[in-house]
Design a protein around this ligand. Structure first.
Ligand SMILES: [Zn+2]
Length: 267
């Protein structure tokens, strides 16, 4: 992780459509700033009016409570600036100008030493994009040095709409297909070695989500496993990897994970 230029990508799919990228009629070269809505930690900036009680903002605000209660973390009051661009053209022009090193996606999270920021383009998938990126913001405001896979796994888990128990259907579909073909061998220790400076593959995203879902939703797994890990990481800044704790607590966790995914897919 390069803290001063860190970015976490929303999802692996749908770069801003290339046709839209090529047709930049009105370029936005500065951050949206005309309207601001504040919802607890979230400071939402846009150049178009968003009702202050828009249901998406309500959901994002409530997600903070979900994360705090599910993971046993204290809430933070550190602001998370969310910049909403009106469309893909404006978002793409801004990113190419100010962050040309970034792959072009619909949304991303950026952490510097002093700020937590989300950039996103308004569109059909804005809800899932913001649930994902804002989750990064909430997590980073309270836990330092999250392993890349856990950061993304939690964001994929909390990207699901509220009330869905973290069920990310696109990730489940990827894994169910691999399980069916007998070609999936999960390996949490391998995920723990992945460095923040790299990008996760599509399969790594899916496996990261699956481990988080397993640790938070499987009735055989003590919820304290992930909670204690996050608590220690928050308190000490570094701690024993989660894979080591899982290996010590659960028998054949990789096989249990495969069974967990298979059961989810079957139901
Ligand atoms: Zn992410």
């Amino acid at each position: 992780m390069i803290r001063s230029r860190r970015y976490l990508l929303a999802v692996l799919v749908s770069c801003v459509a290339s046709a839209g990228c090529a047709k930049l009629v009105s370029r936005r070269l500065t951050l949206p700033a005309e309207y601001t809505v504040v919802r607890e930690q979230l400071v939402i900036h846009s150049d178009f009016r968003i009702p202050s009680h828009h249901r998406l903002l309500e959901e994002l605000s409530a997600r903070r409570g979900d994360i705090v209660s599910r993971l046993g973390l204290p809430p933070s009051d550190e602001p998370i600036d969310v910049y909403l661009f009106e469309n893909a053209d404006q978002f793409g022009a801004f990113v190419r100008l100010h962050h040309p090193e970034f792959p072009l996606r619909r949304a991303f999270f950026l952490e510097t030493d002093t700020r937590l920021q989300v950039y996103a383009q308004w569109g059909d998938r804005i809800a899932e994009d913001l649930r994902h990126e804002v989750t990064h913001g909430y997590l980073h405001s309270v836990v330092p040095n999250l392993p890349l896979w856990l950061d993304e796994g939690l964001a994929e888990y909390f990207e699901a709409p509220r009330g869905n128990g973290g069920l990310n259907r696109s990730q489940l579909e990827i894994l169910a297909g691999k399980v069916e073909q007998g070609r999936w061998q999960p390996d949490l220790a391998r995920l723990d070695t992945l460095q923040p400076s790299r990008d996760l593959s599509r399969d790594d995203y899916a496996e990261s989500w699956a481990w988080v879902h397993f640790l938070l939703e499987n009735p055989r797994v003590p919820r304290e496993l992930i909670r204690e890990y996050l608590h220690d990481l928050r308190r000490q800044g570094t701690t024993e990897p989660l894979s080591a704790r899982v290996g010590r607590t659960l028998a054949t966790p990789d096989q249990q994970l495969i069974a967990h995914v298979w059961q989810l897919a079957a139901s």
